[in-house]
Each structure stands twice: as structure tokens, then as C-alpha cells.
Design a protein around this ligand. Sequence first.
Ligand code: RTP
Ligand code: MG
Length: 145
Amino acid sequence: MVKPDGVRANHTDAIKEQIQAASFAIISQKWVHLNESAAIAFYAEHSNRAFFPSLIDFMTSGPVLAMVLEKPNAVAEWRSLIGPTDSQEARLDAPDSIRARYGRDKQNNCVHGSDSQEAAAREISFFFDEYHQSEMKLDAKYDDE
Ligand code: RTP
Ligand code: MG
């Protein structure tokens, strides 16, 4: 997912070029503006963390671009391409990563990556399953290209 900061700063095209240069196939994509309940559901695992309210404000601050990416070992390959959570740390440890190039700090880190096969399945369903879309009251801004 390209997060609201990445979309706002017009980094989406550059990020998609980096995705394709790394031999991922973009299988589906959807522009969505998460409402509060959807953002809370998406990041439920972090609901007890001190940064959670700020994370929800951030994730609802504008549209995101959700994508289904395909490649052998895709979860690990994508996590490697995006780099560490903290963009400042990424600039030191993984300077070519997406978060190093386009993120700002620990929260405004431009992209999300599923952290397991199970999370990927759940998150693909979250964004692309019509039932969940109406249930969560996701506000889809645009159709697939
Ligand atoms: P993501 O789930 O978005 O791919 O990020 P991640 O696995 O690298 O990091 P995670 O621990 O799952 O955190 C989720 C998102 O919460 C925000 N965050 N803010 N202020 C903070 O200390 C803090 N820590 C995390 C980031 O937007 C992070 O990507
Ligand atoms: Mg995570």
C-alpha cells in the first residue's frame, strides 16, 4: 500500500516504477480513502500501542493506493524493498529502499507491507473483497485502472 503521505507527495508513480523494476507483477490496485473504523480494523494488532491514535489519524488523512503484488517469496521480497519501518533508519541501513527514498520518519513511511502470508491474504480480502468493502464502509475513490 502507498500510504497517504506517499500519495500526497506524488510518489505513487515512482514507487510503482521501483516495484516493476524489482520484478513484481501488480495484479490489482485500488484507490481507497480509509475511514476511521476501517483504519482501526486494518491496524488492529497495534491497538494497544501508544502511537495508535496518531497512526489512525495518519492513515485516514487521505487516499491510499492498495496493490496486490506477485513474485516468488513476495512477502519477504517486498519487506526488503520497502526497508525498515523508520525512514530515517532506512536511509542509513537501506538507502535504496522505498522508505529511505520517499518516507520521512517512523510514522510517515510512505508504504505498508504485509508481514506474513496470512496477513497478505487478510489484507487483500480487506481491500478487494466487496463484502468487506461495504462492511468497513471503505470509501473507494476510484476504480481499478
Ligand atoms: P506497516 O505495517 O505499515 O507495513 O509497517 P511495519 O510493519 O514496518 O511497522 P509496524 O510495527 O507494523 O507499524 C505500523 C505502522 O505504524 C506506524 N508507526 N508509528 N510513532 C511510532 O513509534 C510508530 N511506530 C510505527 C508506522 O506508520 C508503521 O508503518
Ligand atoms: Mg506492520
